[in-house]
Design a protein. Sequence first.
Length: 198
Amino acid sequence: MNLNSRRKGISLLELLVTLIMVGLVVYAAVHLLYNTERNSILMRRHMDKLSNIQYCLDRIIEDLTVASAVNARLDIDEESLSDGRETCHLVISAEDTSAKAYDVSSIDWVAVPRYEQEDLVLFRREKTGAKDTGSNYIPLCENLCAFQVEKLDDTGEPVNSGPASMIEITARMFLDGPRSPDRVFTVSRTFCLDRFQL
């Protein structure tokens, strides 16, 4: 028998090694696709939260802008909750509601804790007359860990009393996953107060 006339083909060991290598490549590709999809979903959720809080802060700035044209009064009540979270109550009160651009007597922005949850919900309320039913608070944003409105002086330093030239509105929101103070992002806006009564 001639040694050169061996049977051509692959052995069982070669086939097994090939199948294992193909399986590893397929597993790695599926794992990569799964992680990409998961990261895409998390990024989409984060962007939704970010756009929601940015909309709310832009809406506050819009309320302030419209109210400043009608000699409005701005009241800021800072609060600290029992668990240490910070929130505030921003009230924009118009003394002259006869202007076409502003037909409400006051607008309230307040962030309050959600029942049996660790986050705050940001509410907006328009009061159109002297009678306040208290039932027209509209929730606009949730998953907040802090909502603050601070008066600032000309240098950008916070002031408790005395003249203030601007306010800074800051919202801190939890990222997806476990809620901890280390897993938050911050969004803020500033507004000039020259036309307000404080």
